[in-house]
Structures are given as structure tokens and as C-alpha cells.
Write a protein that binds this ligand. Structure first.
Ligand SMILES: [Mg+2]
Length: 310
């Protein structure tokens, strides 16, 4: 691999990927604190009352950092390298909260199995539609944000397919990535109601029809003054850890708070369910619209320092 294959604006692309990862990882790490003690209740009462740091990040961030590595090396999603990178990072830090399916799949890849064959054997041969394809994809959105939604969707699909062979698993990754690219493209008008509402149409135009797509279409019809609790009843909250149950809700919260990272994360956590992953997805999208200054400094300080290389 030589640097000559990297695009001339590679550094600017990596800066956007880093912003997306900051948004993702702070959401992930703060979200994870809300599964213990009374941290979630305290935060719901007052957004300043976060758990004491450092907040360890989880598999969401670990896999996003794997994507970052591959983008750094190739300037695109190289699926063989991504599979190997996911497996290597999992072996070095298996305690990051990976799900049972990820343990099984990454264990096979680490033992030398072909990633494509392994991904297709998951869940009785239907492939995974778990929300892991969406939780880690924000750096893809950042890196390709200036290339148009078609490219973002294509690269996101490549990144998802390494572990998620089911079409709904691919659609979840594509939807979260296109939402992130839309956020960046509209960052200068992120407070406009029409811009917030427009996120859904942009995503629907690029994700394949299916249950995730239908869920996002449903989300597009739900007014932003509906309570978070009501929205989760209509859209799910990741309790079933599927893309279908996770991505429509996350896109709705991200669109509702596209101009306010802190509120976006607090409201995501209020929705419960798969809190770390929901907050990772929402955080990765909203940071691309609201910018680095939108992430509270004290939250960045409390998030465990990112291990860019493992
Ligand atoms: Mg996690």
C-alpha cells in the first residue's frame, strides 16, 4: 500500500472521520455509563450530572476505530483488511462489550476463516441484521461526505457486509451513513426545520426497501413535538438490538436535534433500549452537522482516550 493511492484531500477526509468518531465515541461511552448505578436517572434530571470519568468506550467505538484504520491505509473500504482489522482489535480487547454474534464471527475470522463465508453462516445462514453495522459507520460518513450520498451508501454497504450479510443489516449501515453525510452537507443550515425534516428523504432515497426503510418512512411522519417515550413505542429503541429496531428511532432523534449535540445525546439516552449504540449512532450523525464545538469539552475529557492503534 502506497500513499499514492490516497485521494489528494485525504487529510481533510480523515479530519471529518475524526469528528464523526468523537461524536460517536462520546455518545457510546456516556451511554454505557447509563446501564449502571443511577447514572441514567441523574442525567435525565440534569444533563450536567454525568457519571465520574473516565467513561470506557465499547465495541461501537472499537469497531469505528477499525474502520478509521482502514480508511487511513486505503482511502476506501477494503473489505479484507476491514475484516482482519475488526478481528485483530477484537482479539486484543474482547472485553469491550461485543455481542455473542460478534464473538462467534470475529472468532472465526481470527482463526483464518474467509470473512464472506463466515458472515453468511451467521444466524442459521440468513446473516446478521444486528445494529452493529450502523453503530460503527460514522467515520465512513465523514470520510466520504463530500463525494455525494451514492458513494457514501456504496462504501457503507461494503463496511456493513464484512459482518452483516442480511439485507437489513446492510440497510441499517447505509441509512446511518447517509444520515451522517446529509448532516455534514447541511451543517450551515442545521437549525432549519426543513433541513431537519429533509434527512429522512435523503436516507430513503439511498437505502434499499425493506423493514429498516419502512421504519424510517414511518419515522418521517412523526412530529418532533412527540415525546421520546412515544417515539420509542412507535419506532423501537434497540431493545432487540436489530437494525430494524434501532435505526429508525436514532434517525428521528438525530434529525430532531441536528443542531444540538448535547441535547441529542441526552434525549437518545432518555429513550432507553440499546443506549450505548443508540447514542453512538446519533452522536456520529449530529457531530457532523453541529461541529466539534458542539461536543461538551468535559464530555470529551471524561471519555476514555481513544486507542487509535491496537
Ligand atoms: Mg457497545
Amino acid at each position: 500500500m502506497t500513499t499514492s493511492t490516497l485521494p489528494p484531500d485525504h487529510a481533510a477526509r480523515m479530519d471529518r472521520a475524526a469528528l464523526a468518531i468523537d461524536g460517536l465515541s462520546v455518545g457510546d461511552a456516556l451511554g454505557e455509563t447509563c446501564f449502571r448505578d443511577n447514572n441514567r436517572d441523574r442525567l435525565m434530571d440534569d444533563p450536567r450530572r454525568t457519571a465520574a470519568g473516565p467513561w470506557p468506550y465499547t465495541d461501537d467505538t472499537e469497531m469505528a476505530l477499525g474502520i478509521r484504520e482502514v480508511l487511513q491505509r486505503h482511502g476506501r473500504i477494503d473489505q479484507a483488511d476491514l475484516a482482519a482489522t475488526f478481528a485483530r482489535r477484537w482479539q486484543l480487547a474482547p472485553w469491550r462489550g461485543y455481542g455473542a454474534g460478534a464473538f462467534q464471527l470475529l472468532g472465526l475470522v481470527a482463526a483464518g476463516a474467509d470473512w464472506r463465508a463466515a458472515a453468511e453462516t451467521m444466524f442459521g445462514g440468513q446473516g446478521s441484521f444486528g445494529n452493529g453495522s450502523a453503530m460503527r459507520v460514522a467515520p465512513v460518513a465523514g470520510y466520504f461526505a463530500a463525494d455525494g450520498f451514492e458513494t457514501v451508501a456504496d462504501q457503507a454497504a461494503l463496511s456493513a457486509a464484512v459482518t452483516h450479510a442480511h439485507p437489513e443489516g446492510i440497510a441499517g449501515g447505509v441509512a446511518a451513513a447517509v444520515a451522517g453525510a446529509y448532516a455534514w452537507a447541511n451543517r450551515d443550515r442545521r437549525g432549519d426545520e426543513a433541513v431537519k425534516r429533509g434527512l429522512f428523504a435523503a436516507v430513503l432515497a439511498h437505502a434499499r426497501p425493506g423493514d429498516v426503510w419502512t421504519g424510517i418512512r414511518h419515522a418521517a411522519t412523526i412530529a418532533f413535538d412527540v415525546s421520546i417515550e412515544a417515539a420509542t413505542r412507535l419506532l423501537g429503541n434497540g431493545s432487540r438490538i436489530s437494525c430494524q429496531d434501532t435505526v429508525p428511532f436514532c434517525l428521528w432523534v438525530a434529525a430532531r436535534h441536528l443542531d444540538d449535540y448535547q441535547t441529542a445525546i441526552v434525549e437518545t439516552i432518555r429513550g432507553g433500549g440499546d443506549i450505548d449504540t443508540n447514542a453512538a449512532i446519533v452522536g456520529g450523525i449530529v457531530a457532523l452537522a453541529a461541529g466539534p464545538e458542539s461536543i461538551p469539552d468535559c464530555w470529551l475529557e471524561d471519555r476514555e482516550a481513544l486507542k487509535l492503534r491496537l
